[in-house]
Design a protein around this ligand. Sequence first.
Ligand SMILES: C[S@@+](CC[C@H](N)C(=O)[O-])C[C@H]1O[C@@H](n2cnc3c(N)ncnc32)[C@H](O)[C@@H]1O
Length: 253
Amino acid sequence: MRRILIIGIGAGHPDYLTVQAIDAMRRADLFFMPDKGAEKAGLNAVRLQMLERFVPEGGYRLVDFLIPARRPAATPEYKESVGEWRDKLEAAYRRLFAEDLQDGETGAFLVWGDPAIYDGTLRIIDDMRTAGHELEVEVIPGVSAVQALAARHQITLNRVGEPITITTGRRVGEGEADGLSSAVVMLDNHQVFRRFDGEAEIFWGAYLGTQDEILIAGKVTDVAAEIVRVRAEAQAKHGWIMDTYMIRKPEKD
Ligand SMILES: C[S@@+](CC[C@H](N)C(=O)[O-])C[C@H]1O[C@@H](n2cnc3c(N)ncnc32)[C@H](O)[C@@H]1O
């Protein structure tokens, strides 16, 4: 039987790694390293530093695999294009497991943040098992960018007794969060927070947990232009950016 470890490594800082994650890393025979341009090169550098620091004895193999490009598509074709992309990725995983992972070996994915939050690894592995692939799977939770954001801005995500919404820039751009008192927004390439005005506050963080971390907070009307400028400069400098933010409207009496 082949074993797969899906290890949440936290959203940037090596100290976000849990003891459980470090133990799991030490059990792996090989690590699958995603390859997808500048962003992933930056993220893989963090993964490699973690391996050097927490598995100093080495003895593992690194296997690069190419993440296929996703066909850009707006709603309503978005889900279809993600479906196509996942099929391609599943085919890549199948090849990887057949060619690089021997029976009895343990392969690990070092998943950014937490594997349960906006990450496709678990779903693809699950589809493969449903399709009859015999894999023993273990999932290790990690510190998500959501938790990193809240800790760095020293905010709670919920108001007393209220739900927490974690959503995407695409959905917020479609107006989904307009009626909500707060929302955490990930995967926003278009800075859709600019649709909020009045008293709404934003707590924004980029490269959270890394040495390049940037934090900005304030009323959206006061800081939106600054965030857009700082974000564009940072993206130009690093070649990639990951940012997350919470929008919070004033509490009603
Ligand atoms: C594909 S999702 C992966 C989320 C990840 N599984 C997690 O739990 O944080 C990528 C998005 O996560 C957010 N993100 C991940 N790491 C981040 C970081 N260090 N700083 C800010 N945002 C981050 C960004 O919104 C980015 O667009």
